[in-house]
Ligand binder design. Structure first.
Ligand SMILES: NC(=O)c1ccc[n+]([C@@H]2O[C@H](COP(=O)([O-])OP(=O)(O)OC[C@H]3O[C@@H](n4cnc5c(N)ncnc54)[C@H](OP(=O)(O)O)[C@@H]3O)[C@@H](O)[C@H]2O)c1
Length: 297
């Protein structure tokens, strides 16, 4: 396939490299204006991808969006006029709500939503490390997207395992709830994921999970809070040495994805007049930290 990857950061570079090795024609669309971007995965050979090639964009069959959630709108909107109407768009970032804010512009296009549990770390401008083996789940956002199940096979062939998920909202919500529990707490406590597996945090984690599960129901998704609490604790244990992405963002004074994680849950709760004090307080604390940088810097 002709694939353009919008946002060649850690995740975008990892997928670009793997899909290139599988024989697909990959082009990148990054912020830098240079015509080529070099990517090296772990100890592999360096590959020079086209960057910001309008020609590649116009003929691409699939656009994979791997910018951060809050970057999606400004990154994607200028590209839409150049995309073929049948080009598939796959959103592969954390958090929820980005596509809803673009629903008018995307309604007539085949749109897919995905979630990745791979770990990727960019250690310099061209080298990315595959730090954790995970999986990719892909599903349809709209009717046209439902005809694109083959995209999951393309990913499974190029970067296994990848699977089609007929109710992708379920998978996205599951990941969202895990992120709601682990991300802001690790950022606020300035700790690695593993610390949250300690019993002292169990009650707080359960409250966060229960609130998010209540909000998921308004989105038509049924989740099991005790099962999800176990998942959260298991993720904290299995990634014990890692710093969450929100921890890294806050530590480095970069805008976090909080608006699309706990913020997404808070919006639903507000709309339906439900009290979710734990998620609200985490959301507000992260927003306060972010606001304090512009005041002091
Ligand atoms: N890293 C992981 O292990 C991991 C795992 C699972 C999910 N995720 C999720 O995947 C998403 C991407 O994460 P990441 O770690 O890959 O982040 P990242 O390294 O910051 O990658 C984002 C990339 O998008 C680029 N970008 C920003 N605005 C752009 C624009 N307007 N046009 C073109 N490119 C633009 C950034 O360019 P600059 O370099 O110039 O800023 C950067 O290269 C996030 O939602 C994250 O939560 C990450």
């Amino acid at each position: 396939m002709n694939i353009t990857i919008l946002g060649p950061g850690a995740v975008g570079s990892l997928y670009a490299y793997k899909l290139h090795l599988a024989g697909h024609s990959i082009s990148l669309w990054g912020r830098t204006s240079s015509s080529k971007i070099e990517v090296t995965l772990d100890d592999g050979e360096s590959i020079a991808f086209n960057n910001q090639s309008l020609e590649d964009l116009e003929r691409c069959d699939l656009l994979v969006v791997t910018v951060k959630a809050w970057q999606v709108k400004s990154a994607l909107l200028p590209l839409l006029t150049h995309l073929h109407p049948d080009a598939i768009i796959l959103f592969l970032h954390n958090g929820m709500g980005t596509v809803d804010s673009l629903s008018e512009q995307l309604a007539h296009r085949p749109v897919l939503l995905g979630t990745s549990t791979h770990g990727a770390l960019k250690v310099n401008s061209s080298t990315v490390h595959h730090t954790g083996i995970g999986q990719t789940l892909i599903g349809a956002w709209n009717k046209k997207g439902q005809q694109c199940e083959f995209v999951a096979e393309v990913f499974d062939h190029g970067f296994s395992p990848a699977q089609w998920h007929s109710i992708i909202q379920q998978a996205l919500w599951t990941k969202l709830v895990i992120n709601c529990a682990i991300n802001p707490l690790t950022a606020i406590l300035d700790c690695r994921n593993g610390q949250l597996a300690n019993h002292e945090y169990r009650e707080q984690l359960f409250s966060i999970v229960k609130e998010a599960v209540t909000c998921a129901r308004f989105d038509g998704v049924e989740l099991d809070a005790p099962v999800l609490l176990d998942t959260v604790v298991n993720v904290a244990k299995s990634t014990a040495q890692n710093y969450s992405s929100m921890h890294q963002d806050i530590y480095n004074k970069r805008q976090s994805e909080i608006d699309f994680i706990n913020g997404y849950v808070v919006n639903i709760a507000t709309k339906h007049h439900v009290d979710i004090p734990n998620n609200l307080s985490l959301y507000q604390k992260i927003k306060q930290i972010e606001a304090s940088w512009s005041q002091h810097d």
